[in-house]
Design a protein around this ligand. Structure first.
Ligand code: BDR
Ligand code: CA
Length: 330
């Protein structure tokens, strides 16, 4: 690692793979995790806060401030992803509550405070619906002066998951995603096209699950929960999911991006929440006849070095595992 660590803030809906992202961000020496903000998404926002505090314990994090944010999207009702993440949002492992507590300010206030207080511009990493970020940008637009980049997990160039064309984080709050895209700061879209590809091999998942170190056992169990194959497989592989977006901040060279116009479909109906990425080599009839519309330019993730990110994530999270105690996290 060269230079000072990158100041980052994660806005999440922990969330099995948000947990994998947090474990990595806390342990990576090149990242300075300055705060974590929580939003409704995979589960309700109070459960997101509980899960986040538990994960920070396991990660061995210092006193990182955690704040509760929006309880529902700007317009839509909250719609959880319990069928993917379990009733508690983190795989229903029955983990005991943390002794940590969230700060006594809301997520937008904490985001503003930490961004403006940072001596160097902050990289924001939303791995959840963009509600908190949209509220921040509309309430305190001056924060953009101290934001280096926003690397968000969301959207899809090709295929969606919440709908055939819409990815969950954008679909959950499309208006918020539209506000994010026009923030006027550099943005990287770590969408489903790359998100789905980064899978940890079964042997690594198994090794982690058998570890006596609580953070590694948790990491293995979380990964096993993300096995794309049939559940019940004794040696499951596991997708890094949101953690890949944090890898893209720590090691941008592993992600191939292209600066492309991106627009969120806000129309009611089957396209709502779709990220429409314009990959055409030239303007079409629409622009020729009706004129070009102004659209946000976003660095869209189109390819990812899977082995590189899996290795990076494993080495970072396992780190000095041999010197860790097997005791329960503080
Ligand atoms: C996204 O939705 C959530 O289920 C994951 O945590 C990820 O942020 C994928 O569509
Ligand atoms: Ca998430």
């Amino acid at each position: 690692m060269t230079g000072q660590p990158i100041p980052v803030i994660i806005d999440c809906d922990t969330g099995v793979d948000d947990a994998l992202a947090l474990l990595f961000a806390v342990r990576h020496p090149g990242l300075d995790l300055r705060a974590v903000t929580c939003v409704a998404g995979n589960t309700d926002v109070d459960q997101v806060v509980r899960n986040t505090l538990i994960v920070l314990d396991h990660a061995g994090a210092g006193d990182i401030p955690v704040a509760r944010g929006a309880a529902r999207p700007l317009i839509e009702p909250a719609r959880s992803a319990a069928h993917v993440h379990g009733q508690d949002g983190m795989g229903d492992m029955g983990l005991p509550a943390s002794a940590r507590t969230p700060v006594d300010v809301d997520a937008v206030t904490l985001l503003r405070r930490e961004i403006l207080a940072s001596p160097r511009p902050v990289t924001l990493i939303p791995t959840a619906p963009l509600t908190n970020i949209a509220l921040l940008l509309r309430t305190f637009p001056e924060v953009t002066a101290n934001i280096e980049r926003i690397v968000f997990m969301g959207g899809a160039v090709a295929v969606g998951n919440a709908t055939p064309v819409a990815e969950f984080n954008v679909w959950h709050d499309p208006e918020a995603a539209a506000i994010l895209l026009t923030a006027g700061v550099p943005i990287t879209m770590y969408g489903l096209d790359v998100f789905e590809r980064v899978q940890v091999p079964a042997a690594d998942v198994q090794r982690l699950r058998e570890s006596a170190v609580p953070r590694l056992k948790l990491a293995g169990d979380l990964l096993a929960h993300r096995d794309p194959a049939a559940s019940g497989d004794p040696t499951p592989t596991g997708g890094l999911g949101d953690a890949g977006a944090v890898c893209a901040v720590a090691d941008p060279g592993g992600l191939t991006t292209r600066l492309l116009p991106v627009e969120v479909s806000l129309a009611p109906g089957p396209s709502r929440g779709q990220t429409i990425v314009d990959r055409r080599p030239r303007h079409g009839e629409s622009e020729i006849h009706d004129g070009a519309r102004e659209q946000a330019l976003v660095d869209v993730g189109l390819d990812v070095d899977v082995e590189r990110y899996v290795k990076l994530w494993l080495e970072t999270v396992e780190g000095s595992a041999s010197t860790d105690s097997g005791a329960a996290p503080a």
